[in-house]
Every structure is written in C-alpha cells, then in structure tokens.
Design a protein around this ligand. Structure first.
Ligand SMILES: Cc1cc2nc3c(=O)[nH]c(=O)nc-3n(C[C@H](O)[C@H](O)[C@H](O)COP(=O)(O)O)c2cc1C
Length: 360
C-alpha cells in the first residue's frame, strides 16, 4: 500500500517532544519576543523558538539575559536557542534553559552577525571539520535530558558544503534534530536558500531536519517539504506581521484577513507586547511591526507614517480603530471570551528583554 505523503498539518516528534504541526516559527533576534511566539502557536505553528540567548550572559546571571528564560504555558512546545563557543559555558546555559521549562534546547550555529562570529560562535562553527561544534554539542547533550537541536547555515563561504559533514557529526554527538538555512555566512540574506542541500542533508542523518529559508507561501512550503524529505518547514520573515500565513500552512486553507481582522490582531499584539516590555519600550519596538501588518489589507499609505509618530498605546489603538471601525468589536469579543475563561493574567509588566543581536 502506498504511504500518503506527509502534510504540513501532521504531528511529528523530536525525541519525546510532540509537535502538533510541521510548521515551525523561526527564531528571529529582535522579533521573537514572547508575544510573537504565543501568537505563532495560536495561529498553528507546531513549534516556536526564542531568539538567540547568550550562553555567556546566562552564566553571568545577567538579569536582562535571565529574562529570556521566562516561559509562558501557551507558547509550548518551545525551543530556547543559545549561542556561544565554549562547551562548558554552553552546557551550563543549557542546564538553566532546561530548569526554566523549555521543551527543546536549540544551539545557534548559523548567525552571520560579526558581534557573534568574532567570538567563534554562530555560523563560524560550521566550518572545517566541525570539531568545536561537535565538542559543544556533546557537552550540551550530556548536560540536559531535553532534546538538543542545532540550527545551522551551509557553511562560511558561498559554495561551502560544510553542513553536510558537520551535520552528521553533530548528530553523532547527540543532536536530535537539525535545522538548515542553506545560505552561507558570507551571503547573509542575499541570493537564495539552496534547498537541494537540505535534501542531501536529510539523506545523511536519521534525525528530523527542519528546512529554513525563503518559504513564503503554502505552495513553496509543500514543495520544500516534499522535495527535500524534511520533517518540517521553518517560517521566518514571511511570518512578520503575517500570522495568517502560519494558519494557512497548518490548516491548509487560504487566509485573507479583512482590514478589521488585521487591525484587531495588531491591537491584540500591541497589548501583549506592552505587557511584556512596558509601554515605554514597547512603542518604539512595535514600529517595525506596524509596517509589517499594514502590508496586509487595504490601509491608506499614510497610516503607517501616522502610527510611527505616536508615543502612546492609546493613540495607536485610536488610529487603528478609526482606520478599521469593525476592529474594536473584534477586540471586545476576544476580551469577553478571555474574561469568560476566567484566566485573564494579571496586568503586570514583565520587563522581558529584546535582543541586541540582529540576523541569524
Ligand atoms: C531579523 C532576523 C533575526 C534572526 N535571528 C535569528 C536568531 O536569533 N537565531 C537563528 O537561528 N536565526 C535567526 N534568523 C534566521 C532565521 O531564523 C531564518 O533561518 C532565516 O531568516 C531564513 O528564513 P526566512 O527566509 O523564512 O526568513 C534571523 C533572521 C532575521 C530576518
């Protein structure tokens, strides 16, 4: 009997961790705050990831860095990603991540940003024979009982195929899944993700491989899943301001949010980010999100400009409700549903951190 091809809606596992869909929300420094991850889960991402956290910062018990380890119940399953180049520091950081309640410990071996690579961490670990990367993986996998995973680029130089020999080494060292963003460190975000390399990696390892890079539509996601044999697809930039794409992938039906739905979701997102960061930090942080959301629907071009001038959430909400009059009712309906559930969280400011590192 023929086996049906896997679909994006199928559940799968990494180690013993059950993941309800094959759609993974990418870790993005300066973007993947808790509100972003919770929203991702609400829209059907099977797995969400924290932005990368410095192992060094965790080891120094830097208060800001420790804030990354605050995990909300409704974002799980969650992978917390750490970066560093010192096996023992990485192992200690991994213990802290496990103690905080993360489901998976992911290691960044792909970040191309100088601030990170100059310390030997990030993308430079997938180069040469991958000796240090393997030692880090072994130390970390030996330190925790949650599954350890690695996210990497193809290598440092443009035509590098280092991921194909380093990847299997990391699996031997204890990695229980690999994510491949098949661009080189030098490429940063230029050119295209070469998923032919993802297909080669899938052939070489017996753990799930997650395909990351340039997956922007359901057609592309299905094509990558089927042509590479990857266990799941990871969505990064295409999910910025577009959680509906995650639902389209996970549930298989086209999503065309109305202006009211876009504005209402943005208001909900604004409120959650404010709770997380406090209004003073949230307002400037949110500006890039406004631009991303307003690409959807048919809003006047001037609205984005207008939103960027506001300093308070009250002004932002008033402008959005004026532009999409039905949004207020949607927000009120959600508020009533939440109140009926009786689990409205305390209105406290969590003071969580946002990354100073960009790119990955
Ligand atoms: C703003 C931004 C921040 C990123 N930060 C991280 C990070 O902290 N850790 C990581 O592993 N990858 C990071 N990445 C890489 C993404 O996870 C993903 O692999 C890459 O963007 C390719 O996928 P895409 O084409 O779907 O965006 C970042 C990407 C962007 C655009």
């Amino acid at each position: 009997m023929a086996v049906a091809p896997r679909t994006l809606a199928d559940p799968w596992t990494i180690g013993a961790v059950e993941i309800p869909s094959r759609v993974v929300l990418a870790p993005m420094a300066g973007v993947s705050v808790q509100a972003f991850r919770r929203q991702g889960r609400r829209f059907g991402a099977g797995l969400v990831c924290s932005e990368m956290v410095s192992a060094c910062g965790l080891n120094h018990a830097n208060e800001r860095t420790l804030g990354y380890l605050r995990i909300a119940g409704d974002e799980r399953p969650l992978a917390v990603q750490i970066f560093g180049a010192e096996p023992e520091l990485m192992a200690e950081a991994a213990r802290m991540v496990e103690a905080a309640g993360a489901d998976l410990l992911d290691m960044n071996m792909g970040c191309p940003v100088k601030k990170v690579t100059k310390t030997g961490a990030g993308g430079h670990l997938v180069d040469g024979d991958g000796e240090l990367a393997a030692r880090i993986t072994e130390a970390v996998a030996g330190a925790v009982s949650i599954p350890v995973t690695v996210k990497m680029r193809r290598g440092v130089e443009d035509t590098s195929r280092a991921a194909l020999h380093v990847g299997p080494r990391l699996v031997e060292a204890g990695a229980q899944a690999l994510t491949l963003h098949p661009r080189s460190v030098r490429q940063m975000y230029t050119g295209e993700a070469d998923h032919a390399l993802t297909a080669e990696l899938v052939e070489l390892v017996d753990v799930p491989v997650i395909a990351s890079g340039d997956i922007t539509s359901r057609a592309r996601a299905e094509a990558v899943l089927h042509t590479t044999g990857a266990a799941a697809v990871m969505i990064g930039r295409a999910a910025q301001g577009n959680p509906w794409l995650l639902r389209e992938l996970a549930e298989g039906r086209e999503e065309r949010p109305t202006n009211d739905e876009v504005a209402a979701e943005l208001v909900r997102y604004i409120r959650e980010v404010v709770r997380e960061l406090g209004e003073r930090r949230a307002v400037p942080f949110l500006r890039k999100f406004h631009a991303w959301y307003l690409r959807r629907g048919a809003f006047p071009r001037t609205l984005r400009q207008e939103l960027s001038t506001y300093e308070s959430v009250a002004e932002l909400e008033a402008a959005l409700f004026a532009a999409a009059p039905g949004a207020a009712m949607l927000v009120a309906r959600w508020d009533a549903e939440l109140a009926a559930l009786g689990d409205v969280e305390d209105d406290v400011e969590l003071g969580l951190p946002i990354s100073i590192f960009g790119g990955g």
